[in-house]
Design a protein around this ligand. Structure first.
Ligand code: TA6
Length: 261
């Protein structure tokens, strides 16, 4: 886990294999997000609606966070990092906030993203734990848990559609599943494992795979790496952005468990 963006890049449950995908082309540079692991998107998701010059997915993933604590937690370790508003953040987003990323590395991975409005005016934000799950061959995976859920298809002019059955990746996939609080389960017959992602205080789930074409446009991503990853993003975006009054706090949680078969 890096202070650069409070970014988790690896979790390997005891006796198991690496759960997260990290690009061989990812670059550790100031102002640049790590490609892979779990980037934090905050306080907006994707492009900033009213400012095309603003950094995609907000500034949290390229900001230097501070270490708050490291503590033993049962059969795991909890690492807590935080950052707050400053002159830089206010250039893009005129609000006072404190954000904490609390991660417990244990037989399961627990992620808690806590946002507090420390200002005098209310604020609205979007957030996502933009997790890159490592898979054996994305073409052979199936993602369950979003059947009959409405989604925004960002590869088709943001048209709203309804999911039928499990998700199979057969082309570029960039979808925002709306008003869903349920867990999802990723079946991976090549790595012979099932990854379950449960969540709290999250009303959207984003599913992303860049496929062939888009992979070529990403300078920090190798051309064939799209086969080894699937992003499943615990989030509150689009119509489900979060409103916080002064002094209020919001905590989104994700819990990742892997079962081998
Ligand atoms: O979460 C999916 C998405 O919003 C896609 O639209 C794609 O752009 C992806 O994020 C990666 O974004 P990035 O800014 O990290 O290249």
């Amino acid at each position: 886990m890096y202070l650069h963006g409070a970014h988790v890049t690896s979790w390997k449950p005891a006796g198991g294999e690496e759960a997260l995908f990290l690009s061989s082309k990812s670059r550790r540079e100031n102002g640049r997000a790590i490609r892979g692991g779990i980037p934090i998107c905050f306080p907006w998701f994707g492009d900033k609606a009213d400012d095309p010059k603003a950094p995609a997915h907000g500034f949290a993933r390229t900001k230097a966070w501070q270490l708050e604590s490291i503590a033993q937690a049962g059969d795991g370790v909890t690492v807590s990092m935080f950052t707050e508003s400053d002159e830089d953040t206010k250039r893009w987003w005129p609000h006072e906030f404190r954000i904490v990323h609390r991660v417990t590395f244990a037989p399961e991975l627990r992620l808690e993203l806590e946002v507090t409005n420390i200002g005098k005016s209310s604020l609205r934000f979007e957030e996502a734990l933009h997790s890159y799950h490592r898979v054996g061959d994305v073409l052979k995976t199936r993602l369950a848990g979003l059947d009959s859920i409405q989604y925004i298809d960002k590869t088709d002019a943001n048209r709203k559609k309804t999911q039928q059955g499990d998700i199979a990746i057969v082309s570029e996939t960039d979808r925002v599943y709306l008003n869903t609080s349920g867990a999802v389960e990723l079946e991976d017959p090549v790595l012979r494992r099932r990854t379950r992602v449960a969540k709290e205080n999250s009303r959207t789930t984003v599913v992303w795979n860049p496929w062939v074409q888009k992979s070529h446009t990403l300078s920090d991503f190798a051309d064939d790496e799209w086969m080894q990853m699937l992003c499943i993003e615990t989030s509150n975006v689009s119509d489900f952005a979060v409103d916080l009054a002064p002094g209020q706090r919001h905590e989104m949680k994700a819990l990742v468990r892997i079962a081998n078969f």
